[in-house]
Ligand binder design. Structure first.
Ligand code: GLU
Length: 465
């Protein structure tokens, strides 16, 4: 049975690349009836960040990614948090020492990542005194591993250092704990970012040292910022949360991330909108691409707009209230037009404050409207609107009133609606037409705005233009 895992280190917020690793592990498991596991890789205590584990749970939940095994699932029959499995790693490292595949190193400050210039390798210390680390004894030769996306990769072992497996504080290194856990958790497929390709030969050597089966590797291509660099906090494109704060929907982000470096092999219509369930159906490792994927923000915005349009109105209004606090009656006007929720305030800026707009906005050659005709129409409309009852301010009734008005004065509908729309919004473009604006503002505010328009138009008239 296929088993995949997401193995984040709780060092901060959820990076887009991390979420992508989780998503592909999840898609691979779900598309083949396998199991998806969450494991918290927290052995690097120095980089541990408070709240980061909760952030991982929250992000997976928001993305709709459900784990079958992991902390807090199924009564915790296996600890899925590495720091809780400390003894296990030490036992495994000692097993490698017994087999001659690892050794104690007692050199001062011989910590992970440091160049080794010691000869502990040749000393075969059996009971170290004082501080020590345990290092892997890398054999001679070369190491080849196969990756489903990147193919065969070969590295000369002389380029691989005798890496530390157990640190002087007794904690395993990331590389060691990662391999031990993948083995004992019976992980069959490893999906992770291609930045881990470089560590994979070291991992494979460890599997061989133990005599364990090597899992199938599936490294995912790099994700590049539109400018070609890495996604970064500074550019604001690195973290899932930053996008959610900006008004992107988790479902749209998941859809977008799934198509970074992946295209469904059978997709004759070039479809791009897929729910998570649909992604599971179309997922196939054959659709993974090894060239770097560019994070195309315009595409993400378009996709988010499509998800916003598809939201039921009540959900849309609840989200818009959270993001903008604008009244629902106006927020509803933006649903079909926005790409992200943070576009709403600018689109509705006319609601609280009518700008000091220029009367040239009333001019429209195509519909033969100039400031004089606009003034005339608005003046007549004002008296009609003043005579309406408050209960007449529904879209249906207003539509009828405005169309009757146009007929009565031999005007085209546009010649009525355009000046009215400008008077109500004070803008060249507004998220809704005159009828909707009239209904949303109601009688008093509509009258105020038409009066303001008339006084502006009057000024223009008396100054002789
Ligand atoms: N803990 C590693 C990370 O944070 C996991 C790497 C892997 O998936 O093997 O990215």
């Amino acid at each position: 049975m296929l088993r995949t895992r997401f193995a984040p280190s709780p060092t901060g917020f959820m990076h887009i690349g991390n979420l992508r690793s989780a998503l592909f592990g999840y898609l691979l498991a779900r598309s083949s009836g396998g199991t998806f596991i969450l494991r918290i890789e927290d052995t690097d205590q120095a980089r541990y960040t408070d709240g980061a584990v909760d952030k991982i749970y929250e992000t997976l939940a928001a993305a709709g990614i459900v784990c079958d095994e992991g902390p807090h699932i199924g009564g915790d029959f296996v600890p899925y948090v590495q720091s809780e499995r400390k003894e296990k790693y030490l036992i495994c490292a000692k097993e490698l020492i017994d087999r001659g595949k690892a050794y104690y190193c007692v050199c001062p400050k011989a910590e992970e990542g440091e160049e080794i210039v010691c000869d502990c390798k040749n000393k075969d210390i059996s009971t170290p005194e004082g501080s020590f680390v345990i290092r892997h004894r890398v054999p001679e030769g070369s190491t080849t591993f196969n990756d489903l996306v990147f193919g065969d990769i070969t590295v000369e072992n002389s380029e691989i250092e005798d890496m530390v497996l157990i640190k002087s504080d007794g904690m395993p290194t990331y590389n060691f704990a990662n391999v031990v856990d993948d083995h004992f958790m019976e992980i069959t497929h490893i999906t992770r970012g291609s930045e881990f390709l470089a560590s994979t030969p070291k991992h494979k050597l460890l599997y061989q040292a133990f005599g364990w089966d090597v899992p199938i590797y599936c490294h995912l291509p790099l994700i590049l910022s539109p400018d070609g660099g890495k996604l970064s906090k500074r550019k604001g494109d690195a973290y899932f949360d930053d996008f959610v704060k900006k008004g992107f929907l988790p479902q749209a982000l998941v859809n977008f991330i799934a198509l970074l470096g992946f295209a469904p092999p059978n997709n004759p219509d070039n479809r791009e909108i897929f729910t998570l369930d649909e992604l599971i159906k179309v997922f196939d490792v054959k659709g993974l691409n090894k060239s770097p994927a560019t994070f195309d923000l315009q595409k993400l915005k378009w996709m988010n707009g499509e998800y916003i349009k598809a939201l039921p109105m009540d959900e849309f209004l609840a989200l818009s209230a959270k993001h903008t606090g604008k009244p629902a009656v106006f927020a509803a006007m933006t649903k079909e037009r926005i790409h992200t929720f943070d576009e709403i305030p600018a689109m509705l800026d006319f609601v609280d404050n009518l700008s000091d707009y220029d009367v040239s906005l009333f001019e429209n050659k195509k519909n033969k409207i100039d400031t004089a005709t606009a003034k005339e129409t608005l003046a007549k409309l004002l008296s009609v609107i003043e005579n309406l009852h408050v209960q007449d301010f529904t879209i249906e009734k207003l539509k009828q009133t405005l169309s009757d008005f146009a007929t009565e004065h031999s005007l085209k509908t546009a010649q009525v609606l355009m000046p009215l729309r400008v008077a109500l919004s004070g803008k060249e473009t507004s998220p809704a037409g005159a009828t909707e604006l009239l209904a949303a503002f109601g009688k008093d505010e509509s009258i105020n705005r038409i009066k303001t328009a008339l006084s502006k138009l009057l000024c223009r008239a008396c100054s002789g233009f």
